[in-house]
Design a protein around this ligand. Structure first.
Ligand code: IPE
Ligand code: IPE
Ligand code: MG
Ligand code: MG
Ligand code: MG
Length: 288
């Protein structure tokens, strides 16, 4: 088993534990949350926390809670993103979206519950100091809120301004913010020095943008079966994408350039960055 498979298994197990029904009265909402989380996500954000922690010689055990919290926030963002009032998508990770399976009002509540569970997870007793836990809560709150992912979603849903700078700003927030928080927190947990932090920040910015440009590309070149979500959705919803603004080939080249730049940002950090380098390649070659 390689390190990526090990870390995916690790976060899957932890997420399963967090989503186990503790008390029969809460069974229904917990089952709905399980449906939206334990359903085959690629776990890129969790893996980035682990990979960044490894790059800074940290202990994986210290990264578990943040890895789970990021996947919970991400899962909530997907449940809400698919709602009829947002992207109106009926398929997610190859199964009916939450609002199709459980109704719209319940999907809103599932998203709310996943979001609060993320923060509850970060407050649980663990091997980290209370001061570190506070820092992680702060990073996650900022990255997911009105200056981070939510801001990106607001721009995404309310944009008539079709230019590259504007689109870059949407992508930087709606997808980049959580990816940057993943890399930053992994390094912080491992007590990385300032210089390392700054190289990793460069890596994360490039990777975050590449991730969303590739998402735009896949929406055009893939198919619904492979993607596990409705292909061609961006055009249907009149979204601005890199493929619209640059054309398919240039958008694809832009992803490769960004991935190359992301990798070279951390080339000064030695051998322990191999997992981060592999994840960058994964983003470039991913098919869903
Ligand atoms: C999909 O994210 C939504 C975007 C931010 C582009 P992922 O492609 O990471 O989705 P999962 O978690 O693997 O399903
Ligand atoms: C989703 O962007 C970003 C967030 C969920 C925050 P998209 O709308 O492009 O994601 P998909 O294509 O539905 O997965
Ligand atoms: Mg969207
Ligand atoms: Mg969407
Ligand atoms: Mg998309």
């Amino acid at each position: 088993m390689d390190i990526s498979q090990k870390c995916i298994l690790r976060v899957e197990n932890k997420l399963e534990q967090l989503l186990r029904t503790q008390n029969d009265s809460y069974k229904q909402i917990y089952e709905w949350m399980q449906y939206c989380v334990l359903n085959g996500g690629k776990r890129i954000r969790a893996q980035l926390v682990y990979a960044s922690c490894i790059a800074c010689d940290g202990e994986l055990e210290n990264a578990d809670h943040m890895a789970c919290a990021l996947e919970l926030i991400h899962a909530y963002s997907l449940v809400h993103d698919d709602l009829p009032a947002m992207d109106n998508d009926i398929l997610r990770r190859g199964i009916p979206s939450a609002h199709i399976a459980f109704g719209e009002a319940n999907a809103i509540l599932i998203g709310d519950a996943l979001q609060t569970l993320a923060f509850e997870t970060l407050t649980a007793r663990c091997s980290l100091t209370a001061q570190m836990q506070l820092k992680l809560i702060n990073i996650l709150a900022k990255a997911s809120g009105a200056k981070g992912m939510v801001f990106g979603q607001v721009l995404d849903l309310n944009s008539e301004n079709h230019n590259l700078d504007h689109l870059k700003n949407i992508h930087k927030h709606k997808t980049g913010a959580l990816i940057e928080a993943s890399v930053q927190s992994g390094a912080l947990i491992a007590n990385a020095d300032k210089k390392t932090m700054s190289s990793l920040e460069q890596y994360a910015q490039k990777l975050g943008l590449a991730f969303q440009v590739q998402d735009d590309v896949l929406d055009v070149v893939s198919n619904t079966d492979k993607l596990g979500k409705t292909c061609g959705k961006d055009k249907q919803q009149n979204k601005i994408t890199y493929v619209d603004l640059l054309g398919l080939e240039k958008a694809q080249n832009y992803v490769s350039d960004l991935i190359m730049a992301a990798k070279s940002s951390i080339s000064n950090l030695g051998k322990s960055v191999n997992y981060l380098l592999d994840l960058a390649d994964f983003v470039l070659h991913r098919k869903n």
